[in-house]
Ligand binder design. Structure first.
Ligand SMILES: Cc1ncc(COP(=O)(O)O)c(C=O)c1O
Length: 460
């Protein structure tokens, strides 16, 4: 069938009727297949390839279809619904705006925007004095690129060089793709930006990076100078971190990040963290960069910022956020009143309903369970990365060969057993339940995941 890698042939699967899951039909549901086909006819191919489920309703940590099936969600769609699907605070706030009604205002002021920005700035670290609201994460990383370069120009840099990292990802628009690594994804661009420099990523499986992360960074810089001839002081305007590397939830060693930040600040560069996946409580802290004990200049957020509607944002100091003049940075749909109330209600839920604490506390149990699975499947599950309620299980064989097909099979089998995970198309499976998940539901999901891995390995 066009548009998907997963089978669309309905097959009999064992019925499930547990506390948190229900599977009562063949899967995919026979009636859903013609509907999916209609979608593949009218929507561009790039949007497809997802597990064949038609979502009808989603509440807290559960997803329902229209045919009686119910899944425990370990995806949060794609690290978005941090405060839970259909969080009641968000639904109420949206209803209130709908009932007014006030659905779009462009850059005209609204009380919704005033109140959201007030709450956001009050509840984020003090170096973040202003925010710029946008709709997509890729707009936020583009905006940070612009701000880092404008700042570089202001302080007299010769070039707008940006340090980025091998393997990282920042979105799909031009600047975001240039800062990202994946060479294949950039083929369409047809040129590279000679002022975007990628340094080696300190992966935990690189012994030299782990034994001396600071030296690893220094050697990376030295090689950069040797390869490009740039002057580190005069030609670099900023550094862009993805807080953890997405596909594998891979964090950097703390000493590495601290060395990069110190270098950047010694050289009048701005430090940006792309917090798209790691922000708003996901890793057990409000922002993921907090694990590194550094102070970034700019933060790019999206996804979990509203746990629902399209909200992305850049946070920074007044000095930096006010670099673009009036009218020179705007976006038609940004700061929409509905999005603003969703953003405020979401942050209130995370902070006032203990969801970040839940992420931290349940995260400990979550990672203990996953670490045990490495011991159980030593020939297939080579590592588990992540913090709080995000984890990537990385599947390689004894010779470090990626086991992507096994991951596809595990994701599909989990769907048939009532658990949704993030299918990366690579040798990893990512787990990221809403931060509002209960211990009992998390444990039920993890039991199913463990058994499914065992079964899929046996069949492989
Ligand atoms: C780390 C990171 N940066 C940027 C983006 C782009 O966000 P969006 O898809 O909202 O444009 C993503 C989205 O997956 C991401 O994971």
């Amino acid at each position: 069938m066009a548009g998907t890698g997963f089978s669309h042939k309905p097959k009999d699967v064992p019925k499930v009727n547990s506390q948190f899951r229900k599977i009562v039909t063949k899967l995919p549901v026979p009636e859903s297949v013609p509907l999916l086909e209609r979608l593949y006819e009218t929507e561009s191919l790039a949007m497809h390839g997802q597990l064949p489920i038609i979502w009808d309703r989603a509440e807290n940590f559960q997803v329902y279809d229209a045919w009686g099936n119910c899944w425990i969600d370990f995806s949060s769609t794609i690290f978005v619904t941090n405060s839970g699907h259909g969080n009641p605070r968000i639904v109420k706030a949206l209803r209130d705006v709908l009932d007014k009604p006030l659905l779009h205002t462009y850059t005209f002021a609204t009380s919704e925007r005033i109140e959201y920005l007030d709450y956001l700035i009050k509840n984020t670290p003090s170096q973040f004095e202003k925010a710029f609201l946008l709709s997509a994460g890729t707009e936020a990383t583009e905006c940070a690129l612009k701000l880092m370069r404008m700042h570089g120009q202001k302080v007299g840099k010769r070039q707008g060089g940006i340090l980025c990292f091998e393997g990282n990802w920042h979105g799909r628009t031009l600047g975001a793709q240039l800062m990202g690594w994946n060479p294949k994804q950039k083929e369409w661009i047809g040129f590279s930006d000679e002022n975007v420099h990628h340094l080696p990523f300190p992966y935990p499986w690189r012994k030299d990076a782990m034994s001396d992360p600071v030296e690893y960074f220094r050697i990376g810089l030295e090689k950069l100078v040797a390869d490009t001839g740039i002057d580190l002081k005069r030609d670099l305007s900023g550094v862009m971190f993805e807080t953890f590397q997405g596909w594998g939830a891979v964090f950097y060693p703390k000493a590495f990040v601290q060395a990069v930040v110190e270098f950047a600040h010694d050289n009048e560069m701005l430090v940006t963290f792309d917090e798209m996946q790691s922000g708003f409580g996901r890793t057990g802290e409000l922002f993921g960069y907090m694990h590194y004990e550094v102070e970034p200049d700019l933060l790019c957020c999206g996804k979990g910022a509203a746990s629902s509607l399209p909200l992305a944002l850049v946070l920074g100091s007044k000095k930096v956020m006010d670099l673009p003049d009036i009218g020179s940075m705007s976006s038609t749909h940004s700061a929409n009143p509905m999005v603003c109330v969703a953003g405020k209600a979401n942050l209130q839920a995370l902070l006032e309903d203990g969801l970040i604490d839940n992420s931290r506390k349940l995260g400990v149990i979550f990672h203990q369970r996953l670490a045990k699975m490495i011991q159980r499947f030593p020939n297939h599950l080579s590592s588990v990365q992540g913090k709080g309620l995000v984890a990537a299980m990385i599947f390689t064989d004894r010779d470090s060969k990626p086991l992507s097909t096994l991951c596809d099979h595990i994701a599909e089998t989990l769907m048939c057993r009532g658990v949704i995970v993030v299918h990366t198309g690579r040798e990893s499976i990512k787990l990221a339940p809403p931060l509002s998940i209960t211990l009992a539901a998390m444990e039920e999901g993890l039991d199913v995941i463990e058994q499914t891995i065992a079964d899929c390995i046996e069949l492989s």
